[in-house]
Design a protein around this ligand. Structure first.
Ligand code: IPE
Ligand code: IPE
Ligand code: MG
Length: 560
């Protein structure tokens, strides 16, 4: 494991183990065990919303989830299944045994895969390898059952399907009575061979990042060594858990550590930024301190941001600021007046984002297609942006300003002003504000593809192994996270060439009002509605939405 991931993996491991122990404690009544698992799971939900816990294991998990922006909702099904284990486990056949294994284990392993993804070395599985992956996890579970046989039997447990036990008449009774009979030995030998076959999935790691592949292949080698020890144990398997010898483990681990250290040293791993605030709204931003930064000015009506639980808070909101022209036309004004009026709404968005604790806000100000407008309108738009940069209304706020788009065609003074603000604010840690000027999504993808081709020609990237992560690393802003919420004002429902790479799984939000009329309460409303959505990312939902679906476009009352 790369060192940066170890604490997070341990937190996941600890949580899974605690739940397993709570479900398995034989000295406690089944109903009570079930209640304890349920109480732990519910406490986790509360702790996640609060961002901290008094329980050390839950605290580690909450911290990990917030720091690495893990979506723990997929663990809900695994936890429910563990709770049901407290009532006893019976598997009629292998299919039932595997289904349970999938339900309980795969979501935890998937969290680890999510971590690898976040760090920039994805454990990407080819779609046709998903079965291999599930079988590998079944194999690890069967290896575990065989290893822990003596401990489980002492608790009256034999976690194997009836189908397997019945194939060796008498074996089950013998094992339960602690007799190492020929039937028992034959059953164990058969299961050991099966586990060995399941953990040996060489095609699973094909095309994967070499570090991630080493982790999985080494796990497979260790499990085979464990199975060797099970086989060699004979009757002592009923007395204690067998362990492979130190020499056998060293033979596997020493070269694997070298291989993975090499692989990780060649990959720049992304470590997450500072932990986002837990209940964002309850953490008011500090007043001006010795950094010289000040908090955003309050809303004129003293409106306050809503309380958003940390796991309901988007990391990245992107906005298509549309409707300036129509706003002006509605008032009998020339269109450029609409663009001038729109700059106040931009400030409001930044204030609202800071107040609610948003990490990334990306605003679409001028597209590569907007050059089709008449010259006067184009100059007003670009001039309004430059004036705002020079006047610096955001200068003393904790905002890291960035610009995304093509420099060619833009006036030189504007480019210089944009680069100047980027330099001046690059050390800020509050909100990252990316303004897209002369930005086009296809242009961004084309430029990224070109950069990747150059890297391949220079021998820095193997074209046969190019994956999504390589593409991300060559984007103009490789650290820009995926868009969680994409909001467009101005009563249009299209994305107009905005952030196609980042917004593939964004929740979409369209509002009828024109851009100059919006204020920070509309941003808070959009974020509140986002919090009610159930995101699936292609998976089957395991839990129903926690809140009823939103209705209408009525702006909520955020008055203080
Ligand atoms: C959005 O407002 C701002 C830019 C595209 C620069 P519009 O100017 O597109 O306003 P409408 O859509 O014509 O009302
Ligand atoms: C999208 O708005 C671009 C910006 C908001 C900067 P447009 O008004 O240009 O988009 P279309 O032409 O209606 O799709
Ligand atoms: Mg428009």
């Amino acid at each position: 494991m790369p060192a940066v991931l170890r604490p997070a993996c341990r937190a996941l491991w600890a949580a899974a183990s605690v739940l397993d122990d709570l479900a398995d404690r034989r000295d406690v009544e089944p109903a009570e065990r079930e209640a304890r698992v349920e109480a732990w799971t519910q406490a986790l939900q509360r702790d996640l919303a609060a961002g901290a816990s008094t329980d050390p294991v839950r605290h580690a998990l909450v911290d990990t989830a917030l720091r690495w922006r893990l979506d723990l909702s997929s663990l809900q099904g695994a936890m429910t299944s563990t709770r049901n284990d407290a009532r006893g486990r019976y598997f009629a056949d292998w299919a039932e045994w595997q289904a349970r294994c999938n339900e309980e284990l795969v979501p935890w392993v998937d969290q680890v895969r999510q971590l690898f993804e976040q760090v920039g070395a994805p454990m990407t599985l080819r779609l046709d390898r998903r079965k291999d992956y599930e079988q590998f996890i079944d194999g690890s579970q069967l290896t575990d059952v065989l290893t822990d046989l003596s401990a489980d039997l002492a608790q009256g447990l034999l976690l194997l399907p009836a189908e397997a036990l019945e194939a060796f008449p008498g074996a089950e009774d013998d094992l339960r009575q602690g007799r190492w009979s020929p039937a028992a030995a034959a059953l164990i030998s058969d299961l050991t061979a099966l586990a060995r076959q399941w953990v040996t999935r060489p095609a699973m790691t094909r095309g994967m990042h070499p570090g991630a592949a080493t982790v999985l292949n080494t796990a497979a080698c260790l499990m085979r060594a464990q199975l060797d020890a099970v086989e060699a144990a004979g009757s002592t398997l009923l007395k204690r858990a067998p362990r492979p010898s130190l020499a056998a483990r060293t033979r596997i681990l020493a070269p694997a550590r070298l291989r993975s250290a090499m692989a990780w040293s060649l990959t720049p791993l992304t470590v997450p930024g500072p932990r986002p605030p837990a209940v964002a709204a309850s953490v008011p931003r500090p007043a001006a301190d010795n950094t010289g930064l000040r908090p955003p000015p309050p809303h004129p009506d003293d409106a306050r941001p809503p309380q958003i639980a940390a796991d309901r808070m988007p990391s990245h909101v992107a906005v298509i600021m549309d409707g300036n022209g129509r706003w002006a036309e509605q008032r009998g004004l020339p269109r450029p007046e609409g663009h001038r009026a729109g700059t106040a709404a931009v400030r409001e968005m930044v204030y609202g984002a800071l107040e609610i604790g948003l990490r990334h806000l990306t605003l679409y100000a001028f597209s590569t297609e907007n050059w089709k407008r008449d010259t006067e309108e184009v100059s007003t738009i670009l001039e309004a942006i430059r004036r705002d940069l020079d006047e610096g209304p955001l200068r003393d706020l904790d905002v890291r300003q960035r610009w995304s788009g093509r420099p060619d065609e833009l006036p030189e003074e504007l480019v210089q002003a944009l680069l100047r603000e980027e330099r001046r604010t690059r050390g800020r840690t509050g909100l990252t504000l990316t303004v897209c000027i002369n930005y086009g999504g296809r242009d961004e993808i084309t430029r990224t593809a070109a950069a990747l081709v150059q890297a391949a020609q220079a021998g820095d990237v193997d074209p046969h192994l190019i994956g999504e992560d390589d593409f991300t690393r060559h984007l103009p802003h490789p650290d820009m996270p995926d868009v969680d919420l994409l909001w467009r004002t101005g009563d249009e429902q299209r994305t107009s060439n905005f952030l196609p790479w980042h917004a593939t799984y964004a929740e979409l939000h369209f509002t009828p009002g024109y851009w100059p009329d919006v204020d920070r309460r509309d941003l808070w409303q959009a974020i509140t509605e986002y919090g009610r959505r159930q995101r699936r990312h292609g998976a089957v939902p395991l839990v129903s939405p926690r809140r009823p679906p939103a209705t209408g476009h009525i702006r909520a009352d955020f008055s203080g």
